[in-house]
Design a protein around this ligand. Structure first.
Ligand SMILES: Cc1ncc(COP(=O)(O)O)c(C=O)c1O
Length: 390
C-alpha cells in the first residue's frame, strides 16, 4: 500500500469526517506545485483554499519563520515585540491611507467576529446587514452573518439581529438600514457563492448610505485581500470605485499558511476601542508576525501584484479557446470559470490530470485561487488539460 493510501486510511480512522477530501496526501510544496510522498506532482490552482498566496514554501517566508522560531516562537500581547511592530507597520503601509491601525488574531472568522464587535461598540447599535451568498466563517456571529446554503442552519441557534440583503441591490440594503444597524459587512467579491462581483457604483452607494446613517462599513477581504485581485486590497481599488470601508478583515494568504487573521481599522473607530475590549491569546504571536512581514515583502519583492494582473489577462484570453466555457467571473487570481457542464466533473477530470482546482456552491462554476506567482506556462498547462476534456 502506498503512503498516500496509508495516510488517508489513518486520517479517516482518527479524524472527524468533516471534509470531502481529494485522494492525495500532500507532503511537500514548492511554488505552484504540491508533491505526494510517491513523488507525484500536482499543479495547485487552488492554493490550499486561497492561503498559498506567495506559493508553497516561498524561500523568503521559510527563512523568516525558521529564524523567528529560533529566537522566540510566542509571547502574548502583554509585551512589545519587534516582530509584531514590523508586521503592523508593514501592513498599515500597504493599506489605503484611511486604515491606520491593526488588530491581529488567528483566522478569518475571528477577524469578522471582532469587526462586528467593534462596529457594535462604536455605534451602540446591534443589527448587522450582510448579503445573500456571502460567507463569513463558522463561529457563532460569523455563521449567523452567512446567508449561504445551509451554514446558518448548522450554526443554530443563530445570534439575533442579522439581516439579509441582496448583493448588488442597494435598494434592498436601504430598506433594512434602520437606526439600530451597526454595520454592513460584505465579501466585496463573493467567493464561495461562485465568484460574484457587483458594479462599482454599488460599493459607492454602500459607502454613501453608511455615511448618511452612521453605519460602519466592513469589507471581509479574507479572500480578496493580500494581493489576490492584483491589488493589495479590494478596498480603495478601481473595481470598487475607490471606496475604502471603515474596517477590512484579512486572513488566508496573510501568513502564507501560518494561521493569522487581522482587522485593519480607521482612526475614527480605533480611537473608541479601549483596553480589554478585544483580545486573543495567540493573536500577534511572533512566529505569525514574522510570517506576515515576510509574506508582504515576498509579494512586493517578486512583483506578484503585476504578475497577477498580467497572467489574469493571459488566462482570460486563453480561456476563450476552451470548449464548454460560458463565462469567466471575478478579478485577478480569484476567478470563477462557468462551464456548460457541472464544475464537479471538470474538477475531477483535472485532478486526474494532476491539476488541483476548486468548486463552489454554484454547480457550474469552477474556482481558481492559485498562488500569485502562477505564470503563463502554468496557464498553458491548465488550458491544455481543460480543453482536451472540453
Ligand atoms: C470570505 C471569507 N470570510 C471568512 C472566512 C473564514 O475564515 P477562517 O476559515 O479562517 O475562519 C472564509 C473562509 O473560507 C472566507 O472565505
Amino acid at each position: 500500500m502506498n503512503q498516500s493510501v496509508l495516510s488517508g486510511a489513518t486520517e479517516d480512522q482518527f479524524q472527524l469526517a468533516t471534509y470531502k477530501k481529494m485522494p492525495i496526501a500532500a507532503e511537500r510544496g514548492e511554488g505552484v506545485w504540491i508533491y505526494t510522498s510517491e513523488g507525484e506532482q500536482y499543479l495547485d490552482l487552488y492554493g490550499g483554499h486561497a492561503v498559498a498566496g506567495t506559493g508553497h514554501c516561498h524561500p523568503h517566508v521559510v527563512k523568516a519563520i525558521r529564524e523567528q522560531a529560533g529566537n522566540l516562537i510566542f509571547y502574548s500581547n502583554l509585551v512589545y515585540s519587534s516582530a509584531r511592530a514590523r508586521a503592523a507597520e508593514k501592513l498599515v503601509s500597504i493599506a489605503p491611507a484611511e486604515l491606520t491601525k491593526t488588530f491581529f488574531c488567528n483566522s478569518g472568522t475571528e477577524a469578522n467576529e471582532n469587526a462586528m464587535r467593534m462596529a457594535r461598540m462604536f455605534t451602540g447599535r446591534e443589527k448587522i446587514i450582510t448579503f445573500t451568498g456571502g460567507f463569513h466563517g463558522r463561529t457563532a456571529d460569523a455563521i449567523s452573518a452567512t446567508f449561504l446554503g445551509k451554514y446558518r442552519e448548522i450554526g443554530k441557534p443563530n445570534v439575533p439581529g442579522h439581516l439579509e440583503a441582496e448583493f448588488g441591490n442597494i435598494e434592498s440594503v436601504r430598506e433594512l438600514a434602520d437606526d439600530n444597524v451597526a454595520a454592513i459587512m460584505l465579501e466585496p467579491i463573493q467567493s464561495m457563492a461562485g465568484i460574484n462581483m457587483a458594479q462599482p457604483d454599488f460599493y459607492r452607494a454602500l459607502r454613501t448610505l453608511c455615511d448618511e446613517r452612521g453605519i460602519v462599513l466592513i469589507y471581509d477581504e479574507v479572500q480578496t485581500g493580500v494581493g489576490r485581485t492584483g491589488q493589495w486590497f479590494f478596498a480603495g481599488s478601481e473595481a470598487g470605485d475607490g471606496v475604502v470601508p471603515d474596517i477590512v478583515t484579512l486572513a488566508k494568504a496573510l501568513g502564507s499558511g501560518v494561521p493569522v487573521g487581522a482587522c485593519l481599522v480607521t482612526e475614527k473607530i480605533s480611537s473608541r476601542i479601549k483596553e480589554n475590549d478585544l483580545g486573543t491569546t495567540f493573536g500577534g504571536g511572533m512566529l505569525a508576525m514574522a510570517a506576515v512581514t515576510a509574506t508582504l515583502e515576498a509579494i512586493e519583492n517578486d512583483g506578484m501584484l503585476e504578475n497577477v494582473r498580467r497572467v489574469e489577462a493571459y488566462l482570460r484570453r486563453r480561456l476563450r479557446e476552451v470548449r464548454g466555457v460560458v463565462a469567466v467571473h471575478g478579478l485577478g487570481f480569484l476567478l470563477g470559470i462557468e462551464f456548460e457542464e457541472n464544475a464537479a466533473a471538470v474538477h475531477k477530470r483535472l485532478l486526474d490530470r494532476k491539476i488541483i482546482t476548486g468548486t463552489s456552491s454554484n454547480p457550474k462554476v469552477l474556482r481558481l485561487l492559485p498562488p500569485l506567482c502562477l505564470t503563463e506556462a502554468h496557464v498553458d498547462e491548465f488550458v491544455l488539460a481543460a480543453d482536451e476534456h472540453g
